[in-house]
Write a protein that binds this ligand. Structure first.
Ligand code: CP3
Length: 344
């Protein structure tokens, strides 16, 4: 199959397909017993991400079980701060930790070009995945959008984002400096993934929620717009899916101003609201509640059919409204894929 004929890419180019293509955010991961087993082969999660053989195997695991329409690179949004020289580690059962980013230390971050050199194993992983994929399956490259990555860099961990939001008022120049380092590094990181074989890209703006409009403009829209523009300057022509989770009332401004090709819709957003925000014919991706994959059964069926109906008139990519949780079961994922593909 030629690249342009892959169902996911057809929909990203504005075509409506019935059934819609499906992939699942965080589809490689801890809900799969074979992933938990594989994960034991590396003590540190980042080392796992930087091992092309382990990362490629993690990507292939869900594809062996389910007829999904896309593979997503196995990596993490926090490889960017790691490559920029900020210490990043993962605490078992708790999540990421980063050494605190002190005032003005944004200026001391590494050079984007050097950071990209440190991420060479990630691009090798993309090449290996590409060699392993069946022809109809699209390969998605990804990165965190600048603000989401910045929240982890500023907070030093997951959880609430109060400190990061306070920094917008307390040290706006630092924030702007940090954003421009992240825009350039992320653009180069994504361009390298495309050169290695990624068919399209997703920007995870997982923490678009809770910002007042001026701040949303400054830390979400502006950096994302610059990032998309920079990618196009670097010669990247592939579709870019923006996923501004929690953008709510700002969704329309995000679509109109950032230049993303397609829009990831979060769980809380009604399809009609997304139709209002996005221009006619733009691909919309989402937005099944991840918890239905924990519950399963009739509740899953009903919720999945509701999503199919709600987005049926648009070019639609079936997905969750946020990442799958470790409590989800592979059986429920299998059931979901059957429902969407029309077999159940
Ligand atoms: O199939 C895939 O999507 C896997 C690739 C992938 C991972 N992280 C692997 C991972 C992707 C696309 C991500 C994105 C990511 N990472 C986001 C954006 C998406 C979202 O869910 O909002 C964010 C915010 C992160 C940062 C991060 N990484 C957190 C908060 C955590 C710990 C909490 C958690 O959900 O596990 C991670 C660790 C992580 N990244 C794991 C995996 C499989 C689990 C760690 C492990 O296996 O030991």
């Amino acid at each position: 199959m030629a690249d342009g004929e892959k169902p996911l890419l057809r929909v990203l180019n504005g075509e409506r397909l019935d059934p819609p293509p499906i992939w699942i955010m965080r589809q490689a991961g801890r809900y799969l017993p074979e992933y938990r087993e594989l994960r034991k082969r590396s003590k540190s999660f980042l080392d796992f991400c930087y091992s092309p053989s382990l990362a490629t195997e993690a990507v292939m695991q869900p594809l062996r079980r389910f007829p999904l329409d896309a593979a997503i690179l196995f990596s993490d949004i926090l490889v960017v701060p790691d490559a920029l020289g900020q210490k990043v580690w993962f605490v078992e059962g708790e999540g990421p930790r980063l050494e605190p980013l002190l005032p003005l230390s944004a200026w001391k971050l590494g050079e984007p070009e050097k950071a990209i050199q440190r991420l060479t194993p990630v691009y090798e992983t993309v090449e290996r995945i590409k060699e392993n994929l069946e022809s109809g399956v699209a390969l998605i490259g990804f990165a965190g959008a600048p603000w989401t990555v910045a929240t982890y860099m500023l907070q030093g961990r997951g959880g609430d984002k109060d400190e990061a939001r306070r920094a917008i008022y307390q040290r706006p120049e630092d924030i702007d400096a940090l954003m421009s380092v992240l825009v350039e590094t992320t653009a180069q990181h994504l361009a390298a993934q495309v050169r290695a074989g990624a068919d399209c890209l997703q920007l995870f703006e997982s923490w678009a929620e809770g910002l007042p409009p001026f701040a949303f403009q400054r830390v979400v829209i502006e950096p994302t717009r610059k990032l998309v523009q920079r990618l196009r300057e670097l010669g990247v022509t592939v579709p870019i899916i923006g996923f501004p989770r929690g953008a709510g009332a700002q969704l329309k401004a995000f679509v109109e101003q950032t230049g993303v090709t397609a829009l990831g819709i979060d769980t809380q957003t009604p399809a009609d609201f997304a139709f209002e925000a996005a221009p006619e014919g733009m691909a919309l991706q989402g937005n099944l509640d991840p918890q239905t994959l924990v519950v399963g059964g009739e509740a899953l069926e009903r919720a999945a059919r509701d999503v199919l109906i709600a987005f049926g008139s648009a070019p639609h990519i079936f997905n969750l409204g946020h990442g799958i949780t470790p409590e989800a079961t592979p059986e429920n994922v299998e059931h979901l894929v059957q429902i969407v593909k029309g077999g159940a």
